[in-house]
Design a binder for this molecule. Structure first.
Ligand code: ATP
Ligand code: MG
Length: 440
């Protein structure tokens, strides 16, 4: 993409309305624009990041054997009356009346709707286990929408729902999603620690929030230091193996949200006490919906029982903010390669100069041929402006074409993370980028 033909509207100073760094940087890099409280438009740069995150989540869900569907944003109130949640949900639910005076709502979540789909189509033990997921906009009329995408009113969620015959099967589905979430967040380039979370009236061990540690996080969390220092996916099993030992091994390491924190259990631990951002939540809830909504199947012995369910959510739009909270410096964003809006930014330091133009153009075309996503800053701007913008936008690599190096047919390759630079030939830089580029 040529910057001169593209649309990125950057700001040099912090906007007054933003309090936390991710919100500031997203506005400054021209990623989003607020349309009303907690409701945002995605500008081109922000949308590219969101779409990369979506692709990674989709791939990991497919790897875990979960099946994609797409349910609508608008739901009927009657469906929610069946589970009893229409009255329970309160003011966070946006209630709408259509022209026939039918009561509708903008979905804050989809347990009822997926249960309706399953009860329509699945009737026998032979048709389960099944795990369905979708990625769809949700609306929750949060009392205090704030921090940009972190707590929006309209936000993108990946939500999945498992349906099993027995509690033991439901546990297996839970373990699978537990592992799949670890893999997903690792692929996104962010460390999200599973923490024991409130499981409501059902109780039990099967509720985990995935937490990104960040000073600006809204929750207080506690975990053993090893969660921060070690790779949780070390020795991770394959999905077709028994996942229980891995789950047990990891959950034996202390980690808990404030509601579940037990000071007696951590006396001899090297404890990290920190703020955290909830980017995912997995949850077993048994027959809470399948029982009242009559989503049952016949078992091999001929008896009929409601399905065992769990739900698995990822805050997709919140993740954009959480990744920035976890990865930035005072110059701007530092994207993990897998989610970066562009893998590299090509900076022509002397636009209009025959030699630098020729070199930069040929590099740009070669990147396109090799499928390396690159933003070519071909504007008539001062070097300082181009450098500041490139650091703000935060692509992992910058390729700098200057008149001096151009004379030697060399370019500079700069690593956004540590600012290290290397003088390379065009062939070397192309080979390097082609080798390192993420495959989504
Ligand atoms: P929170 O405790 O932050 O209000 P929640 O527990 O109500 O979240 P869930 O119902 O578990 O949220 O939804 C799944 C995921 O959706 C959460 O883990 C979070 O990442 C994301 N999410 C929830 N509410 C919002 C919001 N208002 N804005 C952006 N993302 C959200
Ligand atoms: Mg939650």
């Amino acid at each position: 993409m040529k910057r001169s033909e593209y649309f990125i509207s950057t700001l040099m100073s912090d906007p007054a309305e933003a309090q936390i760094v991710s919100h500031k940087l997203m506005l400054r890099a021209g990623m989003i624009q607020q349309m009303s409280a907690g409701i945002y438009s995605w500008l081109p740069l922000g949308l590219r990041v969101l779409q990369n995150i979506q692709s990674i989540i989709r791939k990991e869900q497919e790897n875990a054997g979960s099946i994609e569907v797409l349910m609508p944003t608008l739901q009927s109130a009657d469906l929610w009356r069946e589970s009893g949640r229409y009255d329970d949900y309160g003011k966070e639910m946006l209630r709408i009346t259509d022209r026939q005076n039918r009561e509708m709502l903008y979905g804050p979540t989809n347990e009822e709707m997926i249960t309706d789909i399953v009860r329509t189509h699945i009737h026998s033990y032979r048709e389960v286990p099944k795990n369905f997921w979708h990625m769809q906009w949700k609306f929750r009329d949060e009392i205090r929408p704030r921090f940009g995408l972190m707590r929006g009113r309209e936000f993108l969620m990946k939500d999945g729902y498992s349906f099993d015959l027995t509690y033991d099967d439901a546990k297996r589905s839970y373990y699978k999603m537990f592992l799949s979430y670890l893999r997903t967040f690792a692929a996104l380039g962010v460390r999200a620690i599973p923490m024991r979370a409130d499981s409501g009236p059902i109780g039990g061990e099967m509720s985990h929030e995935f937490i990104v540690l960040a000073e600006t996080g809204e929750s207080q969390v506690f975990c053993d230091k090893s969660w921060v220092e070690e790779d949780a996916l070390q020795d991770a099993p394959h999905y077709n193996e028994d996942l229980e030992p891995f789950f047990k091994k990891l959950t034996a390491r202390y980690s808990a949200t404030e509601e579940k924190h037990d000071p007696d259990m951590v006396k001899n631990l090297d404890l990290v006490s920190a703020r955290g951002i909830e980017v995912g939540h997995i949850f077993y809830f048994g027959t809470k919906y399948s029982q009242p909504m009559k989503a049952s199947v016949t078992h091999p012995d001929g008896t009929e029982h409601p399905l065992e369910m769990g739900s698995y959510g990822i805050g997709v739009s919140r993740l954009v903010a959480a990744i920035i909270e976890a990865s930035h410096d005072d110059k701007g964003i530092i994207w993990p390669a897998s989610v970066a809006p562009f893998f590299a930014i090509l900076i022509n330091l002397k636009n209009g100069d025959t030699d630098t133009d020729a070199l930069a153009n040929s590099l740009y075309l070669a990147c396109q041929e090799k499928n390396i996503s690159v933003l070519y800053d071909d504007r008539d701007e001062r070097a300082g402006v181009k450098f500041a913008d490139a650091d703000l936008i935060g692509s992992p690599w910058q390729v700098i074409v200057s008149p001096r190096n151009c004379a030697m047919q060399k370019v500079e390759l700069k690593n956004r993370t540590n600012s290290e630079t290397h003088l390379l030939s065009v062939e070397e830089v192309l080979a390097f980028l082609a080798d390192k580029k993420p495959v989504i």
